[in-house]
Design a protein around this ligand. Structure first.
Ligand code: PLP
Length: 487
């Protein structure tokens, strides 16, 4: 009986039939969603969704539930999707993720993923070259910017700190310097490493939310006087909330002068190195010891895949080991093909298949075209916002991320947070657009990341008109006007 069930589960003909049906359904979904018809999401609260899926599991409807799943997801392919920094993946990249999931080669050792391992070397060598690194650079692919930033900081400590934490454990007193606007995962990584709150030296930001590098020497000296030893400085390229780039050249100078590891979190906007027009934003990146670039943000990859690139590849080999294990045991050749020596993961995704397929099918110019388009669009959007009365930008966009808020005249400014929060709540409820919100120094802003290559200026004008309507409607809500949550 069990044998029959297993035979049925692995039956190639069933697989062919179900697979064709799935690709057909996804093709229809793609066509409809890219055209901008329908909602971006049909929001339901978690309890409702939980009830629905509990019932569906015990119910007797056969099939994969694809149709039902498609009704209850956020359509990142929709041109009115402008929320979190997740790419509408390039279809060929998604197919490669399917292939990877089907073949299930675990990648920990070379023979458990020969092609994906070699492709990973091709892709990471290409990225290193684009960063401006030399031939001794090496990279790895790993599962997300969060894990990649942690891995980079572990390498930094291993290679810069005088104590051997890997052998002796951590005795305290180390610190990193990072902008107060950096993604929270950098702070989290430092705490995981045992540095504690005191070990994360937060550098204030300028009005445009990029790091105020003039404060670095003072913060460094104050830390030394308290007995702390900074070993790394992290630049954001750009930071998450406003998409503002730190001045990487200035950070590189500082790192050099104080003998610090220089790490760049380019999870979102590192791919600017591929753009003739926007590479000025990452000037100095080639001087970083390590750089993180997320594939699933600005490079059209499916979640989750991140490149962690080292200017001196040898430094990546001792992150998770006692010795620098970059040589094969009995030869002088570099052991680049046993990836698990350098990654946090043992078994990992074969995400190199997606990167490689896109490079092969479309060439690297697709990445430049996408980035230029989205960064240009953000600049047009900021013009539209400035032209409208009652709207205010947090700062001029440097990337494809914008923060802005509705500031109607004649209304007490102390109510603006509440009003903008209620606007965003209505946007989520209605599902015509998907945008998010963020707090910057206590002020609540609406936030868009222009991730979709089919979002146009017309969609953005439509968004502002829609938000205006929601704002006016929220004014009739007395509750909003009596709330005073701005200090
Ligand atoms: C600048 C930056 N770094 C790191 C991360 C975390 O990356 P991931 O979500 O891939 O773990 C993000 C996510 O938005 C980010 O914007």
């Amino acid at each position: 009986m069990k044998e029959d069930l297993l035979q049925k589960a692995y039956d190639p003909d069933t697989f062919r039939e179900v697979g064709k049906q799935l690709v057909d359904e996804l093709s229809e979904y793609l066509k409809e969603t890219l055209s901008g018809s329908g909602l971006v999401l049909n929001y339901q609260d978690p309890q409702e969704q939980w009830d629905l899926w509990k019932e569906a599991l015990s119910g007797d409807t056969p099939g994969l539930e694809t149709e039902n799943i498609l009704k209850h997801i956020t359509r990142v392919h929709h041109p009115r999707y402008m929320g979190h920094q997740v790419a509408p993946p390039l279809p060929v990249a998604s197919l490669m993720a399917l292939l990877g999931g089907f073949l299930n080669n675990g990648m920990a050792v070379y023979e458990m993923g020969m092609a994906p391992t070699a492709m990973e070397r091709v892709v990471t060598d290409w990225l290193c070259h684009k960063l401006g690194y030399g031939t001794s650079s090496r990279g790895i692919l790993t599962s997300g910017g969060t894990l990649a930033n942690l891995t980079a900081l572990l390498s930094a400590r291993r290679n810069k700190a005088s104590e051997d934490v890997w052998i002796e454990g951590y005795s305290g007193g180390l610190a990193i310097l990072v902008s107060e606007a950096a993604h929270y995962c950098v702070d989290r990584a430092a705490r995981i490493m045992g540095l504690g709150e005191a070990g994360v030296l937060k550098v204030p930001v300028l009005k445009n939310f990029s790091m105020d590098t003039s404060k670095l020497p003072g913060i460094y000296e104050a830390a030394r006087q308290k007995g702390l030893t900074p070993f790394a400085i992290v630049g954001s390229a750009p930071c998450t909330a406003t998409g503002s780039y730190d001045n990487l050249e200035a950070l590189a100078d500082f790192a050099e002068e104080y003998d610090l590891w220089f790490h760049v979190d380019g999870a979102h906007g590192g791919p600017a190195v591929l753009s003739e027009k926007y590479k000025f934003l990452v000037r100095g990146i080639q001087r970083a010891d390590s750089v993180v670039i997320d594939g699933h943000k600005m490079m059209g990859m499916p979640v989750i895949t991140t490149a962690l690139l080292f200017s001196n590849g040898a430094t990546s080999y001792n992150t998770f080991s006692q010795e620098a294990e970059y040589l094969l045991a009995d030869t002088v050749e570099e052991d680049w093909s046993n990836g698990a020596k350098r990654t946090f993961e043992c078994t990992k995704l074969t995400s190199s298949l997606s990167w490689y397929a896109v490079l092969k099918q479309y060439g690297e110019s697709i990445f430049e075209a996408f980035l230029n388009r989205q960064y240009d669009l953000a600049r047009s959007f900021s013009d539209l916002i400035r032209e409208r009365p009652n709207w205010e930008l947090a700062c001029e966009p440097q990337s494809n991320i914008l923060c802005f808020r509705w500031v109607p005249k004649g209304i007490p400014p102390k109510t603006f947070n509440k009003i903008n929060e209620s606007i965003r709540a209505r946007v989520l409820e209605e599902g015509r657009f998907y945008i998010v919100q963020t707090r910057l120094k206590g002020v609540l802003y609406l936030r868009t990341s222009l991730m979709n290559p089919f979002t146009s200026s017309d969609h953005l004008s439509e968004l502002l008109t829609y938000l205006d309507t929601l704002g006016k409607a929220s004014l009739s809500n007395d509750e909003a006007l009596t709330e005073t949550d701005v200090p």
